[in-house]
Design a binder for this molecule. Structure first.
Ligand code: SF4
Ligand code: SF4
Length: 59
């Protein structure tokens, strides 16, 4: 799953537009990832200019 460090996020929306399965939702000051839909492609992690998103390994 993807972890969100919301303290760093400036809610620019870049990650939302890059997600191929549209599982990132951006609200006014809140970012939400639907981890059930996420295919762990890591595109959002790579594109975030602030390093907000990181992959969390599932055991
Ligand atoms: S790209 Fe990064 S800073 Fe921009 S909304 Fe997504 S997580 Fe936040
Ligand atoms: S890892 Fe891929 S599928 Fe998952 S939220 Fe990020 S861009 Fe979307």
């Amino acid at each position: 799953m993807i972890n969100i460090n919301e303290n760093l996020c400036d809610f620019c929306g870049t990650c939302v537009s890059v997600c191929p399965v549209d599982c990132i939702e951006l609200f006014e000051a809140k970012l939400k990832i639907n981890n059930e839909k996420c295919i762990a492609c890591n595109l959002c992690v790579d594109i975030c200019p602030l390093g907000v998103l990181e992959v969390e390994d599932e055991e």
